[in-house]
Design a protein around this ligand. Structure first.
Ligand code: 13P
Length: 338
């Protein structure tokens, strides 16, 4: 795939009816997730879990690209094929999470700054040789008493812009993920204000860093209620989300691929569907880049048992097909299996 331009790869990742599977939980995060599901935390179980998704028959009908973690991109399927090769053989683009997580922000300990710029150029070069053609970097913004601070937003967005530029210099499509968390009890209006401000600063910084927006994907939160706040309809989520993006996201951005955040699989799917319906005339293609929103049911069904793999794959393919429908604005809740 080395001959394709960044803009072409970015467009392929948002092929109509397809979206991205985020399978890039860090070793610690995936371990916690497995333990919660009653599965032993081991490198081999991480591998078996990822293989379940990557070998689900026909997953390539719904999945354009997979974001892996450093451990995952080096792992090998049961038949001896390295994961990136397995995916590219299916026409699924291999991707890699390259940030190294978060640390407390100096002077504002309830806030976080994402780290990982040091040595990033070398790591990107290696990931390219391992088959990766796109990358992801996540910044987290928390809404709470007196936060986010302007400093937190500015530093995180500057870092995202530096990462994006380095990716493009290495022929890797950057996904920029400035996630405004659902944690807390804020309103959708507060989420709207903070998301708008964050995205405005992000695009200022991307411009200063001379990042080519046609070779970049935005992975944002939806403009949405908080986990402890009152829920609102999918229509309200869609209207606020599109209004926000139309105000601050340049039309040149190759695509918008949502994270699922703390939403349930069904909620994330319904909200995406409504965004696509309401955003028909927006300049960008909207689709999914879900982690939990694509994996939760499959993990529960699998429970670490070889005899459950097929059923878990069916659960994943069912969810992926519904998300695919949602990305076309064709989801119908009667399609949900009880
Ligand atoms: P969720 O869809 O579970 O939010 O994960 C997406 C992701 O890539 C977070 O960085």
């Amino acid at each position: 795939m080395s001959e394709l331009s960044l803009a072409v790869i970015a467009k392929l990742l948002v092929t109509p009816g397809k979206g991205i599977l985020a399978a890039d939980e860090s070793t610690t995060s995936i371990g916690k997730k497995l333990i919660k599901a009653g599965v032993q935390d081991s490198v081999e179980n991480h591998r078996l879990y990822r293989e379940l998704f990557f070998t689900a028959p026909g997953m390539e009908d719904y999945i354009s690209g997979v974001i892996m973690y450093d451990e995952t991109i080096r792992q090998i399927a049961d038949d001896g094929t390295p994961f990136p090769k397995l995916l590219s053989g299916l026409g699924v683009i291999p991707g890699i999470k390259v940030d190294l997580g978060v640390k407390e922000l100096d002077g504002s300990p309830q806030e976080k700054i994402t780290i990982g710029l040091e040595g990033l150029d070398e790591r990107l070069k290696e990931y390219y040789t391992l088959g990766s053609r796109f990358a992801k970097w996540r910044a987290v913004i928390t809404i709470g008493e007196g936060i986010p601070t302007d400093n937190c937003i500015r530093l995180n967005m500057q870092t995202l812009a530096k990462y994006a530029k380095l990716c493009q210099l290495n022929q890797i499509v950057p996904i920029v993920e400035p996630e405004v968390l659902m944690d807390g009890n804020h309103t959708i209006q507060q989420c709207y204000e903070v998301t708008k401000k964050t995205l405005a600063v992000l695009f200022e910084e991307l411009k200063l860093a001379e990042v080519d927006l046609s070779g970049l994907l935005l992975k944002p939160n939806m403009v949405i209620y908080s986990l402890e706040g009152d829920k609102v309809s999918s229509l309200a989520v869609a209207e606020q989300t599109i209004k926000c993006f139309e105000e601050v996201v340049p039309k040149e951005v190759a695509g918008i691929v949502f994270l699922s955040g703390g939403q349930s699989e069904v909620e994330a799917c319904q909200n995406l569907n409504e965004i696509v319906k309401q955003g028909k005339h927006a300049p960008w293609r909207f689709t999914y880049s879900f982690g939990r929103g694509l994996q939760n049911s499959a993990l529960a069904v699998w429970a670490g048992k070889a005899e459950n793999v097929e059923k878990a794959q069916e659960a994943f393919l069912n969810r992926a097909s519904l998300d695919s429908a949602a990305s076309l604005g064709e989801y119908d809740s009667s399609l949900e299996i009880a």
